[in-house]
Design a protein. Sequence first.
Length: 366
Amino acid sequence: MSHNTFGHLFRVTTWGESHGPALGCVVDGCPPGVPLTEADIQVWLDKRRPGQGKFVTQRQEPDAVRILSGVFEDERTRERLGGQVTTGTPISLMIDNVDQRSRDYSEIATAFRPGHADYAYFAKYGVRDYRGGGRQSARETAARVAAGAIARKILPGVTVRGALVRIGPHAVNRGRWDWEETGRNPFWSPDAAMVPVWEEHLEAIRKAGSSTGAVVEVEAVGVPAGWGAPVYGKLDAELAAALMSINAAKGVEIGAGFAAAELTGEENADEMRRGNDGPMFLSNSAGGIQGGISTGQSVVARVAFKPTSSILTPRRTINEAGEEIELRTKGRHDPCVGIRAVPVVEAMTACVLADAFLRHRGQVGG
């Protein structure tokens, strides 16, 4: 299987399966001398960790990360740099799987779950790990969050933050937007009034054995003008590709996105005025990127996630023998994958921006 690596200078390779002994990643291209401990990574993994509420999968995984390589500490690094730092060599991270229940998947060993990648994997490779979806499982995203933690450490003055802005038919009221609120509720909602609405909606969905979709918004504040490249290295194109690579992602938009199709040229143009430190923009329809290059405004993107495919409602499908069957998926699954997707969206955004920063520095300096 190819294509398990993304990035150019800041390169991330993830490995492992949902029900294997462990999963992890190798981060190559991180500059030397960056302070990095397991605690720096764990704080972000804890935000994605399963089993933290009745509206997410009840799989109990501590997601405890171990750094296997790429860091060093002695008396001199403690004195000069304050402790353990990166060496510039590949950083290998590992997360043990401790709560697999492979027996839950015995009935789908030869059956293709509707909405899943079971059939596509089997058609391509002729073999598949059906236990929890194997490599296609969202469990793989734990490694992405770990890599994103390293990416955040090398981004100068950039803050990456995400929020859930829609679950099913219920969207937040942007007039009540409060970034601080995202840390005070289990849904990453910036709108406190939407929390009970989502709770009621998800409770009905969960009891029905069904699932629902969601939209996650991410914002990167502090990205300077100049990151990215024109034509084939566009920052928005690489960001969209990274976000679309997340499990269950079915759509990505930058800035105004699809809503721009409804605007006039006057409405869509981000007018500029002279500011104290460069241009001052009066709007951000572009999402902080023009011509594939950052403008200095906040980079803004949204990702649409489909409903979880693993549901208790019987669905018609076929098996490897081509027989038509009815399948009811067992196991522990998120009724809405968008909830735990927020830290993953943040991580992928951080990785893309870290790569853009290093490439920009390598080409033009500074």
